[in-house]
Ligand binder design. Sequence first.
Ligand code: PBG
Ligand code: ZN
Length: 328
Amino acid sequence: MATFPTKRLRRLRYNPLIRDMVRETTLSRNDFIYPLFVVPGSKVKKEVGSMPGVFQMSIDIVVEECKEVADLGIPAVILFGIPEHKDELGSEAYDPNGIIQRALRAIKKEVKNLLVITDVCLCEYTSHGHCGILDGENILNDKTIDLLAKEALTHVQAGADMVAPSDMMDGRVAAIRKTLDDYGYETIPIMSYAVKYASGYYGPFREAAESAPAFGDRRSHQMDVANALEALREAETDIEEGADIIMVKPAGAYLDIIRRVKDKFQMPTAAYQVSGEYSLIKAGGKLGWIDEERVMMESLTAIKRAGADMILTYFAKDVVKLLDKNKG
Ligand code: PBG
Ligand code: ZN
């Protein structure tokens, strides 16, 4: 006699209601942080060639965009600045009247119900496109973190609700924490790009942020793609230095790292679905080779399933609109 299985996992898959009931991971609008690129000028809204649907925007347009993001119920944006002038020391990064500082004041004046996070790094501001101060071809760690602390402070003074150092210098979280505390900003959280790999997936971002290094690459500070134990050491160090939220970046190719960091430290964990991840899905969709909407949802669900509490993604507006639509 044939033996039939008594255990039938398909029983819970036969219709959408039951599938909804047993679903383990759900995306919510609260999960998302939307990246924005701020450029000088006014009325500027220029699409990034390699990132369809992503724009460089002047401050006036960014303010409008932030209103739309807040109206969609997305809790946070992260700002990247493209300065008027770049120089060796990345001066506009920590200029109280720099592009991000002005954008912050404008957004904070006009937009309610939105957390404004700022990316803290020098590569958008330096003429050589590196993330710190150079001595020949070497990035000087300790000089750089002094400037990063200054950059973070000017962001907070201009209204930033949270700062996110993305440079991968050693000791920068401690330096930023100390400076913020010294100036009375002990309540402002730090979301550190704790585990940031030297990744090929950042390609389109460097067009969006005009921050490609003039020579060499970022392997002297960003992590080797092959390393996982080192990722745990990076996260641990940033937590010891006072990071409130730790980030893994990129996301899709590093789901194992997200899971390990989450399990080990049980900290609020962010993952950055970076420019290249976005562009690949967009390109595949455009070519008709994949279903863009479906792969977008799948990629984000996977990142959340891996343990991310929040996701930085260029899809934030699209996904929230889709969640609204599907609710009927
Ligand atoms: C700046 C920074 C980068 C990204 C976020 N902050 C670029 C880099 O390290 O080269 C990448 C984000 C993306 O690709 O979407 N240090
Ligand atoms: Zn950088």
